[in-house]
Ligand binder design. Structure first.
Ligand code: SF4
Length: 74
């Protein structure tokens, strides 16, 4: 059976959160009988994205409130 895990792919300082935050990728690893197949990336999220959605201020693309700003690419 395939296995899904969230792994940190990048860490950066976010001014909005006032701390380091992690960009995480959801990887789906194939079942054991397909060992040569690389994992698939099925989603991304910010480790503080849920907290950001509680504020009224626009945050970034990972919080879903500002598609024009991505702190992980700055
Ligand atoms: S969702 Fe965006 S603004 Fe909020 S902590 Fe993460 S990177 Fe910063």
């Amino acid at each position: 059976m395939a296995k899904q895990v969230w792994e940190v792919s990048k860490i950066c300082y976010c001014e909005h959160a006032g701390s380091d935050v992690a960009l995480e990728a959801r990887l789906v690893y194939p079942a054991e009988f397909l060992p040569d197949q690389p994992p698939r990336v099925t989603a991304h999220r910010c480790s503080q994205g849920m907290t950001c959605n509680k504020f009224e201020k626009l945050a970034c693309v990972w919080a879903g409130t500002n598609p024009d700003y991505d702190p992980f690419t700055v």
